[in-house]
Write a protein that binds this ligand. Structure first.
Ligand code: NAP
Length: 304
């Protein structure tokens, strides 16, 4: 069929029974510019008002701000404490396993502490989805799996995911886990298309992992393309955006969502109007030919 399926109203996180919105909102940039809890709360509400129930943060977000490591989690924790009704309206994902100055540490002792510290900063009882941010090559997956299974058994974590893992690293960790992974979070955008052909999304479908796309606009370059390649991708997105009267950014999110693996783009904007307009992505419909036209523009050469 030439027309691709629209996204469903909700996506399931693996087989853990948790349903999330087809778009997520990310808090990498939340603690920038000394944002106050009141402003952070406005952004959380903008995401909820846009129908987003899936929220992504990490312990390292905001590390270069005023308070240092953990700033973004602390800020969200303050928002959640000020309005206790918010917590049950969201599926909250965070990450750990990166240690400054930039080694990765997935030793049992560090992971246990990192999970406890995230719970304290967020001021919550349980993390809905805890993800390993980047793989620690020096950690044996069996040891990592044991710590994560213990955290699930202890009620600290509801479900598990990884980010920036290779397909082999995912397979190895999943092999040892009692509670299997439910998400993977690679960088995916119309400018970052590796995972469409390198097996990552095929593995996600095989294992039932929900792929979460980080930097779905290429860090904003889709909105303000500079290179010839970026302009060609923007032009291919505009064909669909203009015809369906939506912003180019919405076309970019929906292009990702049209993939059969059920990609959940993580909206990175910290601007309430842009968060609101992301919801337009749910209305966009793709044909095979329009979808492939974006891929071909991103490849910079025709398909064989
Ligand atoms: P992005 O959506 O690719 O980029 C967002 C940036 O683009 C913001 O600075 C935004 O600025 C800017 N932008 C400019 N024009 C825009 C427009 N018209 N609409 C929307 N945004 C526009 O996403 P990202 O922030 O790079 O990443 C998204 C999320 O992915 C993060 O919050 C985090 O949760 C996750 N992430 C994960 C990893 C990982 O290693 N797992 C790495 C990076 C990110 P304004 O805020 O001013 O709108």
């Amino acid at each position: 069929m030439n027309t691709l399926l629209p996204p469903p109203a909700t996506r399931s996180l693996g087989t853990c029974g948790t349903e999330v919105s087809p778009l997520a909102w990310g808090m990498w940039r939340l603690a920038e510019d000394g944002r106050a809890p009141r402003e952070a709360a406005m952004l959380v509400h903008a995401a909820l008002d846009a129908g987003i129930t899936f929220f992504d943060t990490a312990d390292i977000y905001g590390f270069d701000g005023q308070g240092g490591f953990g700033d973004a989690e602390v800020l969200l924790g303050e928002v959640l404490t000020a309005d206790s009704s918010l917590r049950k309206r969201m599926v909250l994902a965070t990450k750990g396993g990166i240690r400054l100055p930039l080694p990765y540490d997935q030793s049992a002792a560090y992971l246990t502490t990192a999970i406890d510290n995230s719970l304290q900063r967020l001021k919550i009882e349980t993390i809905d989805l805890w993800q390993i941010h980047r793989p620690d090559i020096l950690a044996h997956p069996q040891e990592v799996a044991r710590v994560l299974d213990d955290a699930v058994a202890g009620g600290k974590i509801r479900s598990l995911g990884v980010s920036n893992f290779t397909t082999h690293q995912i397979a190895a960790l999943n092999h040892f886990l009692g509670t299997r992974l439910v998400t993977t979070q690679p960088e995916i955008s119309p400018l970052r298309i590796d995972c469409f052909e390198n097996g990552e999304l095929d593995q996600a479908m095989m294992l039932g992992l929900t792929p979460m796309a980080w930097s779905p606009l290429g860090g904003g370059r889709i909105a303000a393309p500079k290179t010839e390649r970026e302009k060609a991708v923007a032009a291919a997105l505009d064909v669909v955006a203009d015809a369906q009267n939506v912003p180019r950014t919405a076309a970019a999110y929906s292009w990702l969502m049209a993939h059969p693996s059920g990609i959940v783009p993580i909206i990175g904007s910290q601007n309430p109007e842009r968060i609101a307009e992301a919801a337009c992505a749910l209305e966009v419909r793709w044909t095979r030919s329009d979808w492939y036209a974006v891929l071909i523009a991103a490849r910079g050469e025709p398909l064989p």
